[in-house]
Structures are given as structure tokens and as C-alpha cells.
Ligand binder design. Structure first.
Ligand SMILES: Nc1nc2c(ncn2[C@@H]2O[C@H](COP(=O)(O)OP(=O)(O)O)[C@@H](O)[C@H]2O)c(=O)[nH]1
Ligand SMILES: [Mg+2]
Length: 262
């Protein structure tokens, strides 16, 4: 899909964020889960910096994207949580997310979960929290290319089970899942109110909906969730990712798109 994309700014505080009211999709997830790589893969250009070490805290890196067939929108690369070393990233994450989500701007969000680490406590907490803070949210499983076929079916099923939600497996390396992700992003963007570029809207943050209360994200330090068996019956287990996704998606209004073709 053709898309124009530009890096807008690295916001240090809420006042730096765009106020023109264009739709925002926030990418949330642990450090190194692949947020920046996913943005680059979505826009097919290297606009987001990727690094294996945590950077200094900022509120969000803001990217403006204009899909050829869809409304312009902002992709927001939020700081990651759960990095074991360095400063207390849980506290920083809580501060950043309350500031970001507390502006009264309607935001849709994607939680990114690493395919190789299903059921981490901090991902589960982030998901629970995000469901209260975002207008709608989707669950994306990153780095799916790192798993062999059998492993990925297990991983996808495990993540769907512990998060109780359908997932979209993607790879920034092979491009798998990106068309489906664009479908969801465009659906969100097209359903948001199109802002008028007046002096008033530029000066005042747009409220597409009444703001939600300002919950504070509390993400636990890195640890495994209590052990539970995410797998159900063995025959169920072998149905395959697409069938699993399709079956789940019919049961949820907030699931990622049912499109399975690329
Ligand atoms: N194999 C593979 N590696 C990935 C993928 N996405 C990200 N990575 C790697 O994972 C590391 C962290 O990615 P990055 O985008 O910086 O994560 P962020 O901290 O969430 O922004 C980098 O070394 C990336 O090259 C993917 O889909 N497949
Ligand atoms: Mg990054």
C-alpha cells in the first residue's frame, strides 16, 4: 500500500503533541518488542529509529502518515515498558501514559506483544489498562518470523487465550500481517471525526468523544504471569492460526480485521 509518511517530532510533554485533531493510533509495548520497526514496516521507509537500548524518556515520537486510500493520521511511538536495566521504567511508563491518554483526545491503541513471550505479567497489565484508556485497542503479535510454523500456532493461541482477545501476527521483516494491520488502522482513522483546520481547532485539543477518566497505568516489573495452561483440547490446538483468528474475531467487536488475504 502506498503511503506518505513523515517524522513530526519527539514530544517531551502533552503540550508538544499535535492539536489538529487528526486521528491517532498509539503503539504500546515492552522495550524491544518492535514498535519502531513496525512503524517503518508499515510505511515502508525508515522513519522511526530502532535501537536495542532504551533511550531517554520522552512522551511520544510522532509520525504523520497519509495512506493513498484513507484519512491522514498520526502513529504515536510511545516509550516501552519493562526494560530490566536502568531507571524505573514502570514509573516512567505510568507517567507517560497518563499524560498521553489524559489529554481528552480520542486515541486508538495497539498493544504489541512479542511472539516468543506469551503471557508476561506486564503485557497483561498493559492490556487491561489500555482497554479502559483507549477508545478501541488491538493486539498485535510481533516478530512472528522468528517462530517455526508449529511454534507460532502455539504462541498465537497462548496469547489469544491469556489476553482473551483475537490477535494479529505480524513481521516487520517479512511484511506478514501488515495489510491486515493497515485495514484496522484505516478503519479507525476513517471512523474518527475529520477535523477542520481552523484557528480554533489548532489552538484547542479536539475532543472527538468525551474524555475518559484518567487511569494511571501500573505495569509490574518484568515477571511471568501466574502459571496457567492456555491450551485447550488437542484437536482445537491444531486448527491453525487463521481459523483461530477468524473464530475469535466473530466473537469480539473490537477484534482485528477478519481479512486474511495479503
Ligand atoms: N526478526 C525480527 N526482528 C524484529 C522484528 N521487529 C523488530 N525486530 C528487532 O527487534 C529489535 C527491537 O526492535 P525495535 O523496533 O527497536 O523495538 P522497540 O523498542 O519496541 O521500538 C531490533 O533489533 C529489531 O531489528 C520482526 O518483526 N522480526
Ligand atoms: Mg523504539
Amino acid at each position: 500500500m502506498k503511503v506518505n509518511a513523515t517524522f513530526v517530532l519527539s514530544a517531551a510533554r502533552a503540550a508538544d503533541l499535535p492539536r489538529d485533531g487528526f486521528p491517532e493510533v498509539a503503539l504500546i509495548g515492552r522495550s524491544n518488542v518492535g514498535k519502531s520497526s513496525l512503524i517503518n514496516a508499515l510505511v515502508r521507509r525508515t522513519i522511526a529509529r530502532t535501537s536495542s537500548t532504551p533511550g531517554k524518556t520522552r512522551l511520544a515520537n510522532v509520525y504523520r502518515v497519509e495512506p493513498a486510500a484513507g484519512s491522514p493520521l498520526y502513529l504515536m511511538d510511545l516509550p516501552g515498558y519493562g526494560f530490566a536495566k536502568g531507571r524505573t521504567s514502570e514509573e516512567e511508563f505510568a507517567a507517560v501514559t497518563s499524560e498521553y491518554f489524559g489529554r481528552g483526545q480520542a486515541v486508538n491503541a495497539l498493544l504489541l506483544v512479542d511472539a516468543r513471550h506469551p503471557g508476561l505479567a506486564n503485557d497483561l497489565e498493559a492490556w487491561t489498562w489500555l482497554k479502559t484508556a483507549a477508545v478501541d485497542c488491538g493486539l498485535v503479535v510481533t516478530k512472528i518470523d522468528k517462530l517455526a510454523r508449529g511454534e507460532r500456532i502455539r504462541a498465537v493461541k497462548a496469547i489469544e487465550s491469556v489476553h482473551e482477545h483475537s490477535v494479529l501476527p505480524v513481521s516487520a521483516v517479512t511484511g506478514e500481517g501488515l495489510d491486515e494491520l493497515w485495514t484496522q488502522i484505516n478503519r479507525w482513522a476513517n471512523s474518527s471525526r475529520t477535523p477542520k483546520a481552523t484557528a480554533e481547532t489548532r489552538a484547542t485539543p479536539t475532543r472527538a468523544t468525551e474524555p475518559k477518566p484518567r487511569p494511571t497505568a501500573r505495569i509490574a516489573p518484568e515477571k511471568k504471569a501466574p502459571k496457567r495452561d492456555p491450551f485447550v483440547a488437542a484437536d482445537d490446538f491444531h486448527r491453525g492460526i487463521l481459523q483461530i483468528g477468524a473464530a475469535k474475531r466473530t466473537r469480539t467487536s473490537t477484534g482485528l480485521p477478519a481479512t486474511t488475504s495479503r
